[in-house]
Design a protein around this ligand. Structure first.
Ligand code: PEP
Ligand code: MG
Length: 328
């Protein structure tokens, strides 16, 4: 199969019955961008900016960040590049910004931290915007959103940075395009706020890793409860299904960028739900592309309805494995 996968990987990603899917990559190292647009699918669906921050000994300066982001944006100027603002805290500590908390996953992480430290947030946004001068492919994504107010506050700061930079370059003849702004859907509260959130943003992206953790109340890194952490839990699948239906009603583009999007069974279920945009690690791109071209939307809907009415993730896997084996 792997030979077949390689030989056919450049073909458009479309199921046997004509359902078009866009596949994006998750990245976090400039090396991934150096692969160039040939290996990026439809673009970068998630650039985890905290990774370069974690590899340093102090906060990178605005200038250092501009250089990094410019490398990424220029690697594929015609494809959307989604840069997520700093998502530290939880399991991702910065050695030079220690946080001590009893419940780090319920604590100061993602936008909670950066909105409390607007100087950190603004330097990062200014760097992204500066890097984007002359390009029109920057999308900015906010992690760990749990309420509408956080989006409003972040948008105010993004606007502030935008007008600052535009003013700073006004005599240069250069042009600064407005970035598209989106949020991660990964805290369960947002499931009940989607219509209001839809008015604030240009796109949604589902962080199924954290959504699983928070919906099931299972620490995603605690080995003692690892058996309970599963994105194929029928309740998590129900939440994912709910999100895409609501996003479609609001007409906001929605991607899934958690691990489930890059897994064969997951990609098929997500397609059956109505997702048309999946973002995954680059090494899963070919496999998922091949699989989608060899399945039917109608079969994936059938599988989905069996999964949603299953009692456990084990039962979901049983149905999925049977189906995947039939596909070779
Ligand atoms: C997620 O939570 O699903 C996600 C994509 O982000 P991260 O794994 O970086 O928290
Ligand atoms: Mg997350």
């Amino acid at each position: 199969i792997s030979e077949r996968i390689n030989a056919e990987s450049d073909q458009p990603c479309q199921s046997q019955d004509g359902c078009r899917m866009s596949l994006f990559i998750n990245a976090g190292l400039s090396a991934e961008a150096e692969l160039g647009s040939a290996n990026m699918g439809a673009g970068i669906g998630l650039f985890r900016t905290e990774i370069p921050f974690m590899m340093r000994e102090r906060f990178p300066s605005e200038k250092e960040q501009v250089e990094l982001y410019r490398q990424i944006l220029s690697a594929a100027p015609d494809l959307p590049i989604t840069m997520r603002t700093l998502d530290v805290g939880g399991d991702k500590p910065l050695p030079y910004f220690p946080i001590n908390e009893e419940n780090p996953f319920l604590g100061w992480r993602g936008v909670r931290l950066t909105l409390d430290h607007p100087e950190i947030f603004l330097v990062q946004i200014r760097a992204m915007l500066r890097a984007s001068i002359g390009f029109d492919n920057l999308q900015i994504m906010l992690p760990m959103i749990s309420s509408v107010g956080e989006v409003e506050e972040a948008r105010r700061l993004i606007d502030q940075a935008f007008f600052e930079i535009r003013d700073e370059i006004k005599d240069s003849g250069e042009r600064l395009n407005k970035p598209r702004i989106g949020i991660m859907l990964e805290v369960p509260s947002v499931l009940y706020q989607l219509p209001q959130l839809a008015k604030q943003v240009d796109f949604f992206s589902v962080g199924s890793n954290d959504l699983t953790q928070y919906l099931l109340a299972v620490d995603r890194n605690n080995t003692r409860v690892a058996g309970l952490y599963n994105s194929y839990h029928p309740a998590v699948l129900g939440a994912l299904y709910d999100i895409v239906k609501q996003a479609n009603v609001s007409q906001v583009p929605v991607t899934v960028c958690g691990e489930i999007a890059g897994e064969p069974g997951g990609a098929i279920l997500l397609m059956g739900m109505g997702y048309r945009r999946l973002s995954m690690n680059a090494f899963n791109l070919r496999k998922v592309n091949w699989l989608i071209r060899n399945v039917n939307l109608s079969e994936s809907k059938h599988l989905l309805s069996r999964a949603l009415t299953s009692s456990s993730h084990q039962e979901v896997f049983l149905h999925l494995n049977q189906y995947l084996e039939s596909k070779g």
